[in-house]
Design a protein around this ligand. Sequence first.
Ligand SMILES: NC(=O)c1ccc[n+]([C@@H]2O[C@H](COP(=O)([O-])OP(=O)(O)OC[C@H]3O[C@@H](n4cnc5c(N)ncnc54)[C@H](O)[C@@H]3O)[C@@H](O)[C@H]2O)c1
Length: 338
Amino acid sequence: MPLPGAAGDRSYDVVVGHGALSQLDDMLMGLQPVPRRVALVTQSSIGVEVSTSLALHRFDIGVGEQFKTMVTIQELCEGFAEAGLTRGDVVVAVGGGMVTDVAGFAAASYHRGISVIHVPTTLLGMIDAAIGGKTGVNLPQGKNLVGAFWQPSGVLCDLDTLATLPEREIRCGNGEMAKYHFLTGDDLAALDLEARVARCVEIKAEVVASDERESGRRAILNYGHTLAHALEIASGHDIAHGEAVSIGLIFAARLAERLGRIDAARVAEHVDVVGGLYGLAIDIPRVGSADELLALMFRDKKAIDGLTFVLDGPDGVEVVVDVDPAIVLDVLNEALHS
Ligand SMILES: NC(=O)c1ccc[n+]([C@@H]2O[C@H](COP(=O)([O-])OP(=O)(O)OC[C@H]3O[C@@H](n4cnc5c(N)ncnc54)[C@H](O)[C@@H]3O)[C@@H](O)[C@H]2O)c1
């Protein structure tokens, strides 16, 4: 499926399906210039075998956000140099969003930018992290604070790789997938997994193509994320991102209803998709008081001024600035005490 990853001339193919990884060599041979060496960036815990006719150098990075650092970028780039990678060679990232973010940033930086092909092996990676060209690492001061926009040259979403994915990681991917149900009018629930992943990729690619550097519309991809980020922080990251997004989606729907943007039927649709179809959590866990969660939402990095949410409404999902804190507090309190 050819998809625009960004503006026109930098579009790339995204292949979704069982066995998609078998197309790696074809994708590599289609690069200009044809690379001679492949730097495979992955994690030892990911048992996905990669075979290519090109010279392969494997780099295992650590598992977990604590390894999503500049130190890992330095180690990778030093390894690329030792392996003799040139500007005409290619990085292949095989893993979840952590791997594709790190490998993508190393590819963006090495020799001021070499090609990267993403092979996402988590549901979240397939429908979100590997698409759209955001790469980066964390600093002690915060997540994803250093990075680059660097579009991949291709993406292979091999659904077979999901067979070994732990249940919790599937749940996290489903949290983000539920979000896509509300970004367009599509009936994603009617699609099988392969078609649904493909449609999510298409939706994300379309949004990114309209606003690659997130100066506006791309922010709608953060639907459900304002409360989600607050819950992640308040729980000391016991609640994973995708788990928090499902709860955030329901809260955003209730807030939108209170603001007169959507009706009760649309809120019920959110509950049906998130809680019913995907069986995800919809209730706000008691990880903090309403006041504490509100304070955390004020610190959300998407908020330029005041309280910013991405909310559903008559014109679809859009960014809404300066939401009245008293109303947010009221909806939070109601949800926490229901
Ligand atoms: N660039 C973007 O646009 C974007 C978007 C969303 C998230 N992200 C980033 O993505 C990261 C989260 O990604 P994630 O949820 O994929 O987590 P992850 O990459 O940390 O992977 C989660 C766990 O699953 C394991 N794993 C991966 N594939 C597996 C497989 N097939 N079988 C068994 N185990 C497997 C990993 O080793 C890891 O332990 C975060 O760092 C986040 O910031 C980036």
